[in-house]
Design a protein around this ligand. Structure first.
Ligand SMILES: [Zn+2]
Length: 245
C-alpha cells in the first residue's frame, strides 16, 4: 500500500469482456496500491476490476510508472525499464525460434525495446503502438501514439502482432484481439496467471483491468479468431503463440 496515492478518476467496468455478464462475485476490496477497487470474478472465470482509470491516455502518460515505482520502492521509468525489457526480449526470441517475421506490430510496446531486439535479429521492421509519449519517444521504428482500442490499422497488415505484458491493461481485450486477427498473420500474447496468486488481493491492481487463467485465455483467443499453435507457462505468466483461424 502506498501513502499519498495520486487521485485517479475512475469509471465502473459494468460487464465481463468475455461473456457480457454483469453479475460477478467480489473476491477482494482494495488493490495492491491501496485504491478502493474490488476484484470481481465472473461465472465464466474471467476476473475484472470493479473500476478502471477514466482516461487511459492520461493514466499511462502520467501516473502509471509513478505508482509502480512507489510500490516497488525504486525508480521505474522510461529509462530503467529498458534493461528489464531487454531480458524479456532475449527470452521471447528464443521462444519464437526458429520462426521469424518481417513486419512486427508491437501493441502496448512501450519503448519498443522488445520488438526492436527481434527486428535486429530478424532483419525486420517495427510499428509500436503505445499511449505513453515519453516511452514511445525511445522507439526507433514507426511510432503510433494511441491506446490499443483507438489504434486503427486500416488496410495495413503485419506478419506478427506482439501483445507483451499488455492484455490485462486493455479496456477490451476481446475487441483488440479481434481487430488484430484481421491485420496480423500471427499473434504472441502473454497474461499474468491469476491462479498463481493464492491471495487474489495481490493480483488486484488499478492498471490490470482483467485477470486471466489458462482457461479464460484459451476461450478469449478462440472467440476472437485465433488458434493457439504454442503455449508455455513462465514466471507466473501464461504465454501463447497463435494464428488466425
Ligand atoms: Zn464472464
Amino acid at each position: 500500500m502506498i501513502e499519498d496515492l495520486p487521485e485517479i478518476k475512475c469509471l465502473p467496468i459494468p460487464f465481463c469482456d468475455l461473456c457480457g455478464r454483469q453479475r460477478a462475485v467480489t473476491t477482494t476490496g482494495r488493490d495492491r496500491y491501496g485504491y478502493p477497487i474490488k476484484l470481481l470474478r465472473c461465472a465464466c472465470g474471467l476476473y475484472r476490476n470493479s473500476h478502471r482509470p477514466k482516461d487511459l491516455m492520461d493514466f499511462y502518460g502520467g501516473h502509471y510508472r509513478q505508482l509502480v515505482s512507489a510500490y516497488h520502492q525504486r525508480e521505474i521509468n522510461d529509462q530503467t525499464i529498458q534493461g528489464e525489457q531487454l531480458e524479456y526480449a532475449e527470452w521471447l526470441h528464443a521462444f519464437l525460434w526458429p520462426r521469424r517475421y518481417d513486419e512486427i506490430l508491437d501493441v502496448g510496446g512501450s519503448t519498443g525495446i522488445v520488438s526492436q531486439y527481434l527486428a535486429q535479429e530478424w532483419g525486420a521492421v517495427t510499428t509500436v503502438v503505445d499511449p505513453c509519449e515519453a516511452e514511445l519517444n525511445h522507439v526507433l521504428g514507426e511510432r503510433i501514439l494511441a491506446t490499443a482500442e483507438d489504434f486503427e490499422p486500416g488496410e495495413r497488415t503485419w506478419d506478427i502482432a506482439l501483445v507483451c505484458q499488455t492484455i490485462e491493461h486493455l479496456l477490451s481485450p476481446v475487441e483488440v484481439l479481434r481487430k488484430l486477427s484481421r491485420c496480423a498473420g500471427a499473434l504472441y500474447v502473454d497474461a499474468v496467471d491469476v491462479e498463481t496468486f493464492g491471495n487474489k488481493a495481490r493480483a488486484c491492481k488499478i492498471d490490470h483491468l482483467w485477470g486471466f487463467t489458462d482457461k479464460t485465455m484459451r476461450r478469449t483467443l478462440g472467440e476472437t479468431g485465433w488458434q493457439i499453435t504454442a503455449s508455455q507457462k513462465r514466471n507466473r505468466h501464461l504465454v501463447y503463440l497463435a494464428v488466425p483461424i
